[in-house]
Ligand binder design. Structure first.
Ligand code: SF4
Ligand code: SF4
Length: 298
């Protein structure tokens, strides 16, 4: 299939309908303030759960996933830890480039077809649509979980104006497991599939654009400097994963070998070198420095 040839690991298709259940959940989540004041989560609520409000004439959502798992971890166990999500080049670009090629292919194959490409930079409940298209289920850590690729996966979508053959959702395979909920050091998973961003390390190290970090969580970050994989690392479905084979997703050769001292003495020049083309650059040098200082207790 073309999506696999382009480098995606799986692809599923769902009808471009209103997600009633997810819309209710999103509403409650926002009302309770679990989005930590993130403006973009509040905006375009309707578009998030209804692709027809995002793209005129939308009929189908083609969801794709790309494995970003890297079997090698950082060598200095005392060094600040960066999430695998950010090891390589900016995944928005990596996924978007391939999705655009997939759209071109569809347009060529089906006269009159058209659509738009989305990565997680737009208001669409990507995980919900991916689950609906049978790619996996939403785990209790609130991430999309697949049997074959676990949860270390990027998600992308094509919203197209044609009817396609739709896939069937898969069963939830979390069962009675609660490892992710118990492992979260800041107690950010406050229930099954309910994440309170106010307490989430990923949120604070990436999305929190203020100068201040949460004093009530000081000492609980387990040395996570950019993102946090703890609730994924403990998941049984992530135990036997194979590394991806996408060159652009490999880290800078030095990144996994940096010592604790090198991390804490990082300067702007080194930052630019290590994270050239990476999504970490969106947080800017100042953002990373703020996170390092917070970990160091200053
Ligand atoms: S990313 Fe980290 S802080 Fe956030 S829910 Fe998972 S384990 Fe908790
Ligand atoms: S750790 Fe257990 S409960 Fe959490 S997502 Fe994985 S299987 Fe589900």
């Amino acid at each position: 299939m073309e999506a696999l040839r382009l480098g995606f690991d799986d692809c599923g298709i769902s009808r471009a309908d209103f997600l009633e259940f997810d819309s209710e959940r999103l509403k409650t989540w926002l009302e309770k303030g679990y989005h930590a004041g993130l403006g973009y989560m509040e905006r375009n609520k309707d578009k998030r759960t209804d692709p027809r409000k995002l793209v005129e004439g939308a009929k189908s959502v083609v969801s794709v996933i790309m494995n970003y798992f890297h079997s090698q971890n950082q060598q200095d166990h005392g060094a600040p830890v960066i999430s695998k999500y950010y090891y390589g080049k900016d995944h928005h670009q990596v996924v978007k480039k391939r999705l655009s090629e997939l759209l071109l292919f569809i347009r060529k194959m089906i006269p009159g077809s058209d659509g738009r490409v989305f990565t997680d930079s737009v208001p669409l409940l990507e995980k919900a649509f991916a689950a609906r298209s049978g790619l996996g289920w939403i785990g209790k850590n609130s991430l999309l979980l697949t049997k074959k690729y676990g949860s270390f996966i990027y998600i992308g979508d094509l919203i197209v104006n044609i009817e396609l053959e739709y896939d069937i959702p898969v069963k939830d395979h979390c069962g009675t497991c609660e490892k992710c909920i118990r492992a979260c050091p800041t107690r950010a998973l406050i229930g099954e599939r309910i994440l309170d961003l106010n307490r989430c390390i990923s949120f604070h190290t990436i999305e929190n654009k203020t100068d201040s970090m949460p004093e009530n969580l000081r000492g609980l970050f387990r040395n996570r400097v950019f993102g946090c994989d703890i609730c994924q690392d403990v998941c049984p479905w992530n135990r036997k994963l194979k590394s991806h084979a996408v060159e652009e997703l490999n880290p800078h050769p030095d990144l996994l070998y940096m010592s604790n001292r090198e991390w804490h003495s990082i300067n702007r020049e080194r930052f630019n070198e290590l994270f050239k083309g990476s999504a970490v650059k969106r947080a800017k040098f100042e953002g990373l420095r703020r996170n390092l200082d917070f970990l160091a207790g200053s």
